[in-house]
Design a protein around this ligand. Structure first.
Ligand code: DQA
Length: 151
């Protein structure tokens, strides 16, 4: 059974009330419940962590290989600033999918660059909460195909 670590970065705990015109009205609790249901449907499991602290996210990534086969991450603002998160993901070498609720390329110029994109297997941006669900499906499909090759 594949296991995925889902990481939510800073301010995503405020989803539902935070800039609903940009991020929608869905709460993080609702997104997490949907991710858990989807993982179960696909015969997999997820562990979910939200943190406003870069080091907590780095620690979670470093520990991920002990329990998980892949990472689904919305690094939020750290997407655009964090060499530390990028280096942690590169170090553990787990397949990682980057997601964003908003289309970061349609927004301010400082959001157009992602430190994670070059080390992610792919990125999904702009579909609201569906970005997470599409990202999880893409990651689980990738893991299934990759594991099949190793059988
Ligand atoms: C975000 C986009 C980031 O630019 C922003 O800092 C966020 C959320 C998104 O999901 O659209 O906090 O990652």
């Amino acid at each position: 059974m594949s296991s995925v670590l889902v990481l939510h970065g800073p301010n995503l705990n405020l989803l539902g009330t935070r800039e609903p015109g940009v991020y929608g009205s869905v709460t993080l609790k609702e997104i997490n419940a949907q991710l858990m249901a989807l993982a179960q449907q696909m015969g997999s499991e997820v562990e979910i962590l939200q943190s406003n602290h870069e080091g907590v996210l780095v620690d979670a990534i470093q520990n991920a290989p002990e329990k998980h086969d892949g990472i689904l991450i919305n690094a939020a603002a750290y997407t655009h600033t964090s060499v530390a998160l990028r280096d942690a993901i590169a170090a553990v070498k787990l397949p990682t999918v980057e997601v964003h609720l908003s289309n970061i390329y349609q927004r301010e110029a400082f959001r157009h660059h992602s430190y994670l994109a070059p080390i992610a297997i792919g990125q999904i941006s702009g579909f609201g909460a569906n970005s997470y669900y599409l990202g999880l499906q893409a990651l689980l499909t990738h893991l299934r195909e990759h594991n099949a090759q190793n059988v």
